[in-house]
Design a binder for this molecule. Structure first.
Ligand SMILES: [Zn+2]
Length: 281
């Protein structure tokens, strides 16, 4: 499924890769305190996550990884870590923390977009019930792989998942962690063992500056905004099933071998072609 099929409800300028005609609003101003939290030099971000992520479940709070379903969920609701009504990807506890310290900062991080190639055709050929099951499996498996590697599952948009690798959670090797995670995502969807994958996945990875923090007035979200986000979305769209396209910058940071296959991509709306390394499992 390409960008044309993404829901129109995706907020302007958010991590959707949406090709909206209107210019993007300038990201909010950077806050030094937020920068320290996101870069991991000040504590507090995603507190409790290392413990909460061990409770098996999906979905979860995207910040603290508290389980929203399964046996742990009733306890989580008692301690205010149940889904917040206005944005069920964030728990009530984390929402209050975000509201208290509203803001964010421009930091260097790594982004990962992954989408199911040809999902429209897949949906038509397998029927609604089976396709619904497949999407449920996709959400569960991708959440499991991403959370286990300290990524923030920013959002699922139809057949696409958007993940943030934030230094405070992953350490300085966020690019390397994203590449490792992408390989696990391909394995988890059945690539690489000679069989036909149950979800043919194309993945894009890019590292660069982006505004990370809270956005929105009536519905608060925690997300990343900016050019780095849009480039990553386009890399994922350009990846064939079973391919991971890693920007040259992210490849260098992740220490990928320079002799890997290189592709020169011309991305819509950009004059300079972008060099990417092509990975498989
Ligand atoms: Zn939370």
């Amino acid at each position: 499924m390409g960008s044309e099929s993404r829901p129109a409800s995706t907020p302007e300028g958010a991590t959707s890769g949406n090709e909206a005609a209107a210019p993007e609003p300038a990201p909010p101003a950077s806050d030094p305190q937020w920068r320290a939290i996101l870069e991991g030099t000040a504590g507090g971000f995603g507190s409790g996550r290392r413990f909460l992520r061990l409770i098996p479940s999906s979905p979860r709070c995207k910040l603290c990884a508290a389980p929203f379903a399964g046996p742990g969920a009733p306890v989580m609701r008692m301690v205010d870590r149940g889904p917040w009504a206005k944005n069920p990807t964030i728990c009530g506890f984390c929402f209050k923390e975000l509201e208290r310290g509203r803001g964010g900062a421009e930091i260097d991080l790594t982004l990962l977009f992954a989408d199911i190639r040809g999902s429209t055709r897949l949906g038509e050929s397998m029927g609604a019930a089976s396709f619904h099951q497949l999407m449920g499996r996709f959400y569960r498996e991708m959440t499991r792989v991403l959370v286990a590697r300290d990524a923030v599952v920013d959002k699922f948009v139809g057949d696409e998942v958007v993940a943030l690798f934030i230094p405070a959670l992953t350490g300085p090797d966020h690019a390397g962690r994203a590449v490792e995670t992408a390989r696990e995502m391909l394995k988890a969807t059945g690539h690489g063992d000679g069989a036909v994958p149950w979800a043919p996945l194309g993945i894009g990875i890019h590292t660069g500056p982006a505004y990370v923090g809270t956005v929105g007035d009536t519905v608060t979200d925690f997300t990343a905004l900016g050019d780095t986000v849009n480039v990553t979305a386009r890399l994922a769209s350009a990846a064939a099933g079973g391919e991971i396209l890693v920007s040259a910058h992210a490849s260098a940071l992740a220490g990928l071998q320079p002799e890997l296959e290189t592709r020169h991509l011309t991305l819509r709306g950009r004059e300079q072609p972008l060099d990417v390394r092509v990975l498989h499992v």
